[in-house]
Design a protein around this ligand. Structure first.
Ligand code: NAD
Length: 489
């Protein structure tokens, strides 16, 4: 990796280790494979459910002292962490590109977002945390936000840095301590980069524990009595199981799950811009984004033209190893995902969809694909693909567009493209969604916005901006009297 020359990201720091009260050798080591080449990138420790219990116990023991640390010291840690990411961004870019299989600009987005999230966390420390309520008899009555205790964060492989740090940073800023379990495909980007950054920024020991591990470790965290809240980002299936398990110990749970996002293109749209939006929304990071445009609903008057332009783009976008070539798309995360994507494409063609571009692969590199004539019932219409597949559905009226857009259990992101913003807004008002983009595609995020979805895309939780207070703290009612009263008893 060449990173042995970079002291900050030297693989020797984490080789075979967990970040459990600092760097500690694990019982079991785990090799991280580079999705573009299949070669071994690095080795980390693989946590067990027992490690999760130990980490939660230590994080709980550290929480009160962390929350009581002077606010200036806490804010300074987040500011310093942001500066470290900016300083180390070249080395971090290499790790993100090679571990997640992304193009360098996507790594840049992750780093830029991480810096923004850390600065938001620094600011959160000095934001007002409560209300003064009316009360009789000279009593002072306050409602204030207090931390939950220990927050367990479980994150996926696709945008690992953002999806981990968007929960870790505000949870810590609100006075919680954290146990983070990144996906076993991406423990460096989703875990150890964050551990290194906070270690150097001066976060006290035990406030953050990072445990690469599988679903068994995630389940153990959901059941652990020392963990008060779970912030989960991942698939809807795993999210259901997290919700069930956490429900037994009555934890607060925030679930950010899958999506099958609609891009609706009305008949008055500019076809060039619409095709460009569709290509970006479908193919960015190989379609492995929860907000990926999963279905393109386009008016029948312009459907042929938009499809032709989109297929032209798909056929010309270069695909290859983003660490060594200048490409637009890198590899899918592993062979299993590639086979799943290909199975959906093949089945959809059998079900009547037409292939207008792509549909083939080499290694983990899947060609940008366009399917047209897509109808409800076909796999590419019904399922989240998590691959570079554009599914084009045509409609003849706005009512039909709304009906087709609403034929999904998900509700994460919606884009509507039209020359008339009022027309687009009126149509969008009939489609439930957590994120709405008028005259844009479906993929967008910023550090200070409340991010999340409806329906099977989540449980109503949000990450970011004002939502962080709702998620990572709970209300405490406090009354204060000068002296205790005498009651009739
Ligand atoms: P996944 O659900 O397989 O894994 C996500 C994380 O959960 C991993 O850390 C994994 O080890 C862990 N996990 C898996 N099963 C578990 C269980 N039963 N209990 C506890 N933990 C468990 O998801 P993935 O395939 O890695 O990621 C892709 C999915 O994530 C897609 O569905 C995508 O839409 C979704 N996603 C959602 C958002 C969002 O903010 N809504 C963002 C990115 C990805």
């Amino acid at each position: 990796m060449g990173s042995n020359d970079i002291p900050f990201l030297n693989t020797g720091i984490w080789n075979g280790k967990l970040f459990l009260s600092g760097w500690n050798t694990a019982g079991k080591a785990h090799e991280i494979l580079e999705p573009a080449t299949g070669s071994v990138l690095t080795r980390v420790g693989m946590a067990t459910p027992e490690d999760a219990a130990e980490a939660a116990k230590r994080a709980r023991a550290a929480q009160a002292a962390w929350a009581a640390l002077p606010y200036e010291q806490r804010a300074a840690i987040f500011r310093k962490a942001a500066v470290i990411i900016e300083r180390e961004s070249d080395g971090m870019t290499q790790w993100i590109v090679r571990e997640t299989g992304c193009i360098p600009p996507k790594a840049g987005v992750e780093l830029h977002m991480a810096v923004g999230i850390l600065n938001e966390a620094a600011a959160m420390v000095t934001q007002p945390s409560g209300l003064v309520l009316p009360s009789d008899g000279g009593r002072i009555s306050l409602a204030r936000r207090v931390p939950h205790g220990v927050v367990g964060v479980i994150s996926p492989f696709n945008f690992p840095l953002i999806l981990s740090i968007r929960a870790v940073a505000p949870a810590l800023a609100a006075g919680n301590t954290v146990v983070l379990k990144p996906d076993p495909h991406t423990p460096i980007t989703g875990g150890y980069l964050i551990a290194r950054v906070f270690e150097e920024a001066g976060l006290p020991k035990d406030c953050l524990q990072v445990l690469p591990g599988g679903a068994d470790v995630g389940q153990a965290m959901c059941a652990d009595p020392n963990i008060a809240m779970i912030s989960f980002t991942g698939s809807t299936g795993a999210g259901r199981s997290v919700g069930e398990q956490a429900g037994r110990t009555l934890k607060k749970v925030t679930l950010e799950l899958g999506g099958k996002n609609r891009l609706v293109i009305l008949d008055d749209a500019d076809v060039d811009l619409a095709a460009s939006c569709a290509a970006w929304g479908c193919y960015l990071h190989q379609g492995q984004i929860c907000m990926t445009t999963g279905v393109i609903l386009v008016h029948e008057k312009i459907a042929a033209k938009v499809t032709e332009l989109l297929a032209g783009k798909a056929s010309h976008l270069p695909v290859g190893d983003p660490a060594t070539q200048q490409v637009a798309l890198g590899p899918l995360i592993n062979e299993r995902q590639r086979d799943r994507v290909h199975g959906i494409v093949q089945d959809s063609i059998k079900q009547g969809a037409k292939l207008a571009a792509g549909g083939t692969y080499e290694g983990n590199f899947y060609k940008p694909t366009v399917l047209t004539g897509v109808k409800p019932g076909m796999r590419c219409f019904e399922e989240e693909v998590f691959g570079p597949v554009a599914s084009v559905v045509s409609f003849s009226s706005e009512d039909e567009a709304v009906e087709l857009a609403n034929r999904t259990e998900y509700g994460l992101s919606l884009g509507v493209i039209s020359a008339s913003t009022s027309r687009a807004l009126a149509l969008a008002a009939r489609i439930p969604t957590g994120l709405l983009h008028i005259n844009d595609q479906t993929v967008a995020d910023e550090p200070h916005i409340p991010f999340g979805g409806r329906g099977s895309s989540g449980n109503g939780g949000r990450h970011g901006g004002p939502a962080n207070w709702e998620e990572f703290t709970q209300w405490q009612w406090v009354t204060i009297k000068d002296s205790a009263p005498r009651y009739p008893f």
